[in-house]
Design a protein around this ligand. Sequence first.
Ligand SMILES: [Zn+2]
Length: 242
Amino acid sequence: MAAPDEGLRFDCGRICLDLLATSGQAGELLTGPDQLRRWLTGSGAVPPDTALDGVNGRWVARFRGLREVVRRVLHAELTGGEAVIDLDLLNATAAAAGPPAVEAVRGPDGALAPRLARPPDRAALLAAVARDAVALLTDRATRDRLRRCEGAHCRLLFLDTSRGRRRRWCSSGVCGNRERVARHRKRAAADRDGAATAAAGPEGAPPEPRAPGPPGPVPGAPRTSAPAPAPGDRRPGRAPHT
Ligand SMILES: [Zn+2]
């Protein structure tokens, strides 16, 4: 019984990075041939509707193996390492076969669509993913956009194609949201601690309703060296959030 996608993601910006995303906080997602078929189609490694009857457990093992090689090479690259043996393995996989031959076939709607000329070959598909990693590593502009997710416990990589190059998370809806929730909780706790002496924060947590009149400091309670804010002063009373 096939689930729609079982957590597979295709938003890392490259096929080789999407392969890395099949293992992470959610655990192993390439758990069998069905999952690998879905990944191959969803990532665009093969044209839509390609028959993938030949995919079996050996394919799964090889794709998992390539995934770890790519991961080690890219992480080494990001941290100034070399990963010599893994780079050799990556290059060997890339050179092992030519890319799958694709032909243009007219579909029922009259438009030309891609179709593999032959049933997909495992070595050719592995080579296609490995070549994608080689292309990423050797293109300076693309390589400079490679980022590691800042989410706690997340080790996914992605290409930052945002306009300001300030993307921080593999997914705003996953790691980004997790961090926003954690930050909100931290702020709420800090606001509770300092509610009697500090002004409400400028953003995020909804400000406490404040009665008019001078906010008297709580005797013996201040934890900050900053002077008590004047009435109506809404400036931040603490360091900006990161
Ligand atoms: Zn992440």
